[in-house]
Ligand binder design. Structure first.
Ligand code: NI
Length: 252
């Protein structure tokens, strides 16, 4: 079994959403909100499809525009049986550096929600890895699980996050020809620290780059990890599925 631990499959992204979901057969998708307005759509997907779970949260892109209602809405659904995490949340200094304090404040508020409801934190971090690390180290409760979606830091940073109990989401970037850092991380570190993801509709893996991504393409990520680590494809699926089930408390 394959688990795509991080994807977005909103109507806005796909005209053929049902087809895309069918391509996954009985494999599992964890669908994440990209914007606060996606929450209801994620809940609906979770309630319609047995193999879809969700994470809900406010992306740092909305740190200056989100409302108290958005946060209340998230809190309301954190008791939903198929909502397995708070995310994606975090810091994005690529998008803007001008509201760093607001981003941090929103990130911390949502970490506290994850602690309160015992949900997994799903982190988005872009050009902000040091601040992300410091906040997680300080505010994440010891028993709160945490996944770094689409990890893009250094090997040293990966090791520091792993020491905090964080798993690394590995996606299509691993298959890119010029990508070196992530290949080094995957080759060096223990396979038990990784979960698979696509971040669909973005970051389409080789050999399909240039096309729109979809959850079923997670198999290319698994194949690349298998090749880099010299571990069979079946074993990669078995281990990453186990890790994802533990990390998101999935009872399959
Ligand atoms: Ni994402």
């Amino acid at each position: 079994m394959l688990i795509d631990t991080h994807c977005h499959i909103s109507d806005e992204d796909y005209k053929n959403k049902e087809e895309i979901i069918k391509h996954m057969k009985n494999n599992i998708m964890i669908v994440s909100t990209a914007s606060p307005k996606d929450i209801n759509e994620v809940i609906k997907l979770c309630e319609t499809y047995k193999n879809i779970y969700g994470t809900i949260g406010i992306h740092p892109e909305f740190a200056s525009t989100y409302t108290k209602e958005d946060l209340k809405n998230i809190e309301k659904y954190l008791t939903h049986p198929k909502i397995v995490g708070v995310g994606e949340i975090g810091l994005d200094y690529h998008y803007t550096k001008e509201n760093k304090e607001k981003q941090k404040e929103l990130f911390i508020k949502q970490i506290k929600l994850a602690n309160k409801y015992k949900k997994t934190i799903v982190i988005h971090s872009r050009e902000a890895i040091e601040d992300t690390y410091n906040i997680i180290e300080k505010y994440k409760a010891k028993d709160t699980k945490c996944n770094m979606h689409c990890f893009s830091g250094s090997l040293e940073m990966a090791e520091r996050f792993i020491k905090l109990g964080v798993t690394l989401g590995i996606g299509g970037v691993l298959t890119f020809k010029n990508e070196k850092k992530l290949k080094e991380i995957v080759t060096t570190l223990d396979i038990h620290n990784f979960v698979l993801e696509t971040d669909s509709p973005y970051l389409t893996p080789e050999p399909l780059r240039g096309h729109q991504n979809e959850p079923a393409n997670v198999k290319y990520v698994a194949a690349k990890i298998s090749q880099l680590k010299g571990i069979s494809y079946a074993k990669i699926l078995e281990i990453t599925t186990q890790t994802a089930c533990h990390q998101f408390d999935l009872k399959l």
